[in-house]
Design a protein around this ligand. Structure first.
Ligand code: SAH
Length: 345
């Protein structure tokens, strides 16, 4: 694979074009063209520069391979990377705008028992430009421009563990929030982690005040170890401390993801323990009924049980919502789309 031009910041592009004897304004032209989702071969630059770039860099590092549209308007995408790998993403439409879910790795090595992304382990990390490229490709396909973006919010909840690919993810965050680019503010971005404590603490010092989201899915370390191998490495107490540190440094409240799994984590006692654990913390809980993955044994709860769980949290004074599942008719939530595509092709 060649290098990826979309990995570069405007400053780095400027250095690169000046080195090649181009005028400084060329760099901004290049950057804007790339941020509009154009391939190098479509950029409005001199033929010499274009050819020089194409020798070293991938022409179009992220291409939309397939688009699936749900009755509720949700779209799912399969993206083709330059080395033939495939990742998936989702675009959800809400009253206030469009949220795109992006992948940060091909596969994942965290091994969560309910998740389809981790079935074949981690294949490789995505570069910053490949993470960004998913957004640029979708914005363009949806008819968006840099001035009139079709993507208003971003969640790092596709395949991969963002903090297992720390440097590329932080670079991506600097690129996606940069002036002159697609310029999505950190406040409109959510990063979800299974709870890599050292990286959570390190990230608190990066000065990127986004919505830090932690996948909890259990109330005790012992129960958490049953579904999330990472719980053998980090304790819930240390995760909560790292969240408090994030709040201290950024002033941003944090969010816990809690997927309801039948017979595992959604009895009344779990709801009460969860409330006790989180009481008084500046946080919010996102409940979601497990998306059943056919290769996995775990089953989801009924809707009624999910609302009961939510009710208990609310009565205990915990801010919580039950996320509705979107796009279920086009299948493939949580890494299942790629798995199915690879199986069929
Ligand atoms: N690696 C990150 C991002 C993962 S995906 C993390 O662990 O947070 C985003 C969320 O979907 C996580 O909370 C993850 O635990 C959850 N998830 C994965 N598979 C799921 C499934 N089958 N049903 C419901 N939630 C799932």
């Amino acid at each position: 694979m060649k290098k990826i031009l979309q990995d570069l910041t405007l400053e780095e592009l400027t250095a690169l074009t000046l080195e090649r004897g181009e005028k400084p304004f060329r760099a901004r032209q290049l950057f804007e063209g790339l941020m509009q989702g154009r391939a190098i071969s479509e950029l409005p630059v001199s033929a010499t520069l274009r050819e020089a770039l194409l020798r070293e860099y991938e022409d179009a590092p992220v291409k939309i391979l397939e688009t699936y549209v749900s009755r509720d308007g949700t779209k799912k995408f399969l993206f083709l990377l330059a080395d033939g790998n495939i990742v998936e993403g989702v675009l959800m439409s809400y009253k206030y705008g469009n949220t795109q879910c992006v992948s940060t790795q091909v596969g994942c090595r965290m091994g969560c028992k309910f998740c389809a992304s981790t079935l074949n382990g981690r294949i490789r990390d995505l570069t910053a430009g490949e993470i960004l490229g998913q957004i640029l490709a979708v914005n363009r396909a949806e008819g968006g421009t840099l001035k009139e973006r079709k993507i208003t919010n971003v969640v790092l909840m596709g395949s991969g563990e963002p903090f297992d690919n720390y440097d590329n993810v932080v670079r991506f965050l600097r690129l996606v929030t940069a002036y002159g680019g697609i310029h999505i503010s950190a406040r409109s971005i959510s990063l979800s982690t299974c709870g890599l404590v050292p990286e959570m603490r390190r990230f608190a010092l990066e000065n990127i005040p986004l919505n830090l989201t932690v996948s909890l899915h259990a109330v005790t370390d012992e129960e958490r170890r049953r579904t999330m191998p990472i719980a053998n490495r980090y304790k819930i107490a240390d995760i909560l401390d790292a969240c408090a540190f994030y709040f201290e440094k950024t002033g941003r409240r944090y969010i816990f993801e809690y997927s309801l799994i039948a017979g595992e984590n959604c009895d009344e006692k779990h709801a009460l323990s969860l409330a006790a654990l989180l009481k008084g913390r500046p946080c919010h809980v996102n409940l979601i009924r497990l998306n059943e993955v056919k290769e996995r044994e775990l089953r989801t709860t009924t809707e009624k049980e999910a609302y009961r769980f939510l009710g208990i949290l609310e009565r205990q004074g915990i801010s919580a919502t039950l996320r509705r599942s979107m796009g279920s008719d086009i299948g493939g939530a949580c890494g299942q789309l790629r798995a199915r595509y690879l199986e069929e092709n």
